[in-house]
Design a protein around this ligand. Sequence first.
Ligand SMILES: O=C(O)CCC(=O)C(=O)O
Ligand SMILES: [Fe+2]
Length: 178
Amino acid sequence: MVEDVRQLLRAAPLVAPVTPRGQPLSVRMTSAGQVGWVTDRRGYRYADRHPSGTAWPAIPASIRAVWDAVTVQARAPDSCLVNWYGPEARMGMHQDRDEADLTQPVVSISLGDDALFRIGNTERGGKTESLWLRSGDVVVMGGDARLRYHGVDRIAPGTSTLLQAPGRINLTMRVAMA
Ligand SMILES: O=C(O)CCC(=O)C(=O)O
Ligand SMILES: [Fe+2]
């Protein structure tokens, strides 16, 4: 799988995203699939092209196989977000709710350094639980858990030797389009 991610990154290099107000995010992102998640001055959206103008690469079979293994009667994922977290990166609490069909699950795969993942409920600001996601861990947010708030508080650099540099890659498959 790591070799497939490397190849994906050559076809669709990581981009440093900014919020619509121009604030830089600490993760870097790219995607595979029919559509990719883009965040820039024009907003947050699924786009059918990488910011460079090329089509997104296909979702590698090794990644898609994880979706098939952990979902039941789901549609095919049409998007795989690749988030790269350097040692200082984090992701604030949010819901994944920009997809057209919220009955479809979200499946994410952690690679590289451990991440302190936090998950709450479907309302912002409620009670949360924290757990360390380790390389190879798979999170499924489906059914009642599909809209739970979640985020990444921190990375523990040097906890994995899978990747060539300190940091973490998270692959998130979704059904984005109707
Ligand atoms: O990195 C993670 O484990 C979570 C990523 C995430 O929540 C997202 O990209 O929407
Ligand atoms: Fe998310």
